[in-house]
Design a binder for this molecule. Structure first.
Ligand SMILES: [Fe+2]
Ligand SMILES: [Fe+2]
Length: 179
């Protein structure tokens, strides 16, 4: 049955999406940098620190945990470079008016591929950790899982703003310059 809370949640989500889709390119970029990049960088550093401490306390990690941590470290390394690419190369190009659109579109397509890669890694970590339940009776591990899930939820919202709202603004302007 649909509860009042579910309807309220849905309303909030629709309002939020409408707000995002009405933002200008500069407002979107500001929102992404200040809300998502900053928060995710902090969360990634925090989780990496926790993983290092966990590894120190448990030198004999089993395969599933060590592979989950390995995926997380690789994703963190790649996403940090991805955010830098966005902030220092692609976002400035999006704000400038006299840019080579072909070059911008190529860069956007690279970024979309990188989003796909991060999503693949998240799916892999979810499977490896049995949906974040593997050995979760270990409080330290279950804390790491909780923080990971918080980060992944933010990444998903962040990527849908880029793939679904920001990037299509440029794809549309090239295929139909009148829009
Ligand atoms: Fe981003
Ligand atoms: Fe991105």
């Amino acid at each position: 049955m649909i509860s009042k809370e579910m309807i309220e949640d849905l309303k909030k989500r629709v309002d939020k999406e409408a707000l995002v889709s009405n933002m200008s390119v500069s407002e979107l970029i500001y929102d992404i940098r200040t809300k998502h990049h900053k928060k995710e960088l902090e969360l990634m550093d925090f989780i990496i620190e926790d993983i290092k401490n966990y590894e120190k306390r448990n030198p004999q990690l089993d395969d599933k945990i060590s592979e989950t941590f390995g995926e997380f470290k690789r994703m963190t390394f790649e996403l940090k470079r991805h955010f830098e690419k966005e902030e220092f190369e692609v976002f400035p190009m999006m704000i400038m008016s006299n840019v080579d659109n072909k070059e911008l579109l190529l860069k956007i397509s690279d970024l979309e591929n990188e989003h796909g890669k991060a999503e693949e890694r998240i799916v892999k970590m979810t499977k490896l950790s049995d949906n974040f339940s593997y050995k979760k009776e270990d409080d330290n591990l279950s804390f790491i899982y909780r923080k990971m899930q918080e980060l992944f939820a933010d990444i998903s919202e962040h990527e849908s703003k880029e793939n679904g709202v920001l990037f299509p603004r440029f794809e549309r302007s090239v295929s139909n310059p009148l829009l």
